[in-house]
Design a binder for this molecule. Structure first.
Ligand code: 2BA
Length: 106
């Protein structure tokens, strides 16, 4: 079994979860905050069998769009970078696939 941890844009999370449900996956949504932009994002936890991980990744990829965001001066200089505002490409999704030793519903 694997745990897919997908960090996605808040605006994409609802339709991503709906598409996962439709294909029979169970997911949990956590409200999270990115460490660089310090803005809200969503982390989806999706536990699944190894042979279905690629299906999860296609659903996430299909439903999560890349966006360009302007980084304000304050964030940029706090990160030790130049003072000029710059644009960064965020998402579609940042995904980690983690092995699960054991899964129980108790
Ligand atoms: P944030 O940390 O708010 O980062 C938003 C975007 O800012 C990133 O988009 C990237 O384009 C840029 N960025 C992040 N750190 C940077 C830095 N030190 N210098 C310059 N630019 C930087 P994504 O890579 O698509 O990441 C979107 C969100 O996914 C991140 O939000 C964070 O919440 C999460 N994430 C990305 N990589 C991660 C990692 N290795 N571990 C944990 N979380 C991660």
């Amino acid at each position: 079994m694997k745990m897919v941890l997908a960090i996605v844009n808040k605006e994409d999370s609802r339709k991503t979860q709906a598409a996962l449900n439709k294909e029979g996956f169970t997911s949990t949504k956590l409200a999270t905050t990115g460490g660089f932009l310090m803005t809200s994002n969503v982390t989806l936890l999706i536990g699944t069998e190894e042979d279905r991980v690629d299906t999860v990744l296609s659903i996430v990829e299909h439903n999560c769009k890349k966006r360009t965001q302007i980084v304000p001066n304050t964030i940029h200089s706090a990160a030790g970078l130049s003072d000029n505002p710059v644009s960064v490409c965020v998402g579609g999704a940042t995904v980690f696939v983690i092995p699960v030793d054991r899964f129980e519903r108790l």
